[in-house]
Write a protein that binds this ligand. Structure first.
Ligand code: SAM
Length: 227
């Protein structure tokens, strides 16, 4: 049984010949994707030996070795040639790490690749990389697993680049249009936190650092209001 977060990631995977799940941990996602016939085959990539052996074992126990190749390696290194994977999932990591994996593995991506990215935090780093590197965000969703909100981003390469605004980078160009209840809840909670921070800063001694933090919080609040 997948968690609501991983289940939402699964829903974003298009029908594919070869799915690469980078940072697959126990290979739960590729197992489900192949069992549900979303992907014909899959590569489960892992950089750490513990999860790698666990993934190998899970694939073997499920008798799926013919369809799922568990590979140990860093990021997209486990994809042998560009375009080998037509869907690539990178989920459950911080936004900077996902960005770094994409940047280092750029050569393994091709025009037929669909990326499904689920940063746990700092989603804006992922959107910025996509926007700077010719990828269009084609869908987004948000899932609440109390107390966290998880955003899932689906992207494809595009010929024409449209620059995302700061608000779109932070909140998501599609999420901010959809205005789903979980999205509203996430940003209302963030807004309240920022008001509390500002309140504390207004009672603190006025130093350069306090002034900077106040400015940052006010800018962030402005951004939320502009949505
Ligand atoms: N993707 C699964 C999910 O969403 O539930 C597992 C998330 S788990 C928190 C992150 C996994 O990514 C860990 O198993 C970790 O070993 C792996 N990982 C971290 N950096 C990696 C990298 N550069 N290449 C491959 N795997 C990586």
């Amino acid at each position: 049984q997948l968690s609501p977060r991983l289940n939402a990631v699964l829903q974003f995977i298009p029908k594919s010949k070869c799915l690469a799940d980078i940072g697959s941990d126990h290979a739960h996602l590729p197992l489900r994707a192949v069992q549900d016939k979303i992907a014909e085959t899959a590569i489960a990539g892992e950089v750490r030996p513990g999860p790698y052996y666990q993934a190998l074992n899970n694939v073997k126990t499920s008798r799926m070795q013919e369809y799922i190749d568990v590979r140990m390696g860093d990021g997209l290194d486990v994809i042998r040639e560009p375009g080998q994977a037509d869907a690539i999932v990178i989920a459950g990591m911080g936004g900077e790490l996902i960005r770094d994996i994409l940047e280092r593995g750029k050569s393994k991506l091709s025009t037929n690749t669909v990326l499904i990215l689920q940063p746990n935090i700092r989603e804006a780093y992922v959107r910025k990389w996509l926007n700077d590197n010719g990828w269009d965000i084609i869908d987004e969703c948000i899932v609440e697993e109390f107390p966290h909100f998880y955003e899932i981003i689906q992207a494809r390469q595009v010929a024409e680049r449209k620059e995302l605004t700061d608000m779109e980078l932070q909140m998501g160009p599609i999420l901010s249009k959809k205005g789903e209840p979980a999205f509203i809840k996430k940003w209302k909670r963030r807004e309240k936190k920022l008001f509390d921070i500002l309140d504390a800063l207004n009672h603190a001694e006025e130093t350069d650092s306090v002034r900077r933090k106040k400015e940052d919080s006010e800018n962030y609040l402005q951004l939320i209001k502009s949505c």
